[in-house]
Write a protein that binds this ligand. Structure first.
Ligand SMILES: [Cu+2]
Length: 67
């Protein structure tokens, strides 16, 4: 089991967290997604995770990584 952590922008509420759980949860290898609303931290767990494509998906959902 591996994890990838992202510091994302624009996470404001439970709806955002749910959109991220849904939007990343169906990506290849992903088994769980945790979202901390206050910090904007997103932790993805799974096998053979592709960090770049997860980051791209997060951005596509409207929550790009902080630069
Ligand atoms: Cu929201």
């Amino acid at each position: 089991m591996a994890t990838e952590t992202f510091e994302a922008q624009n996470i404001k509420c439970g709806g955002c967290a749910q959109a991220i759980r849904d939007g990343l949860g169906d990506q290849p290898g992903v088994t769980s997604v945790e979202v901390e609303i206050e910090s904007g931290r997103v932790t993805v767990s799974g096998e053979n995770l592709d960090r770049a494509s997860l980051a791209a998906r997060l951005a596509e959902l409207g929550y790009p990584e902080r630069t």
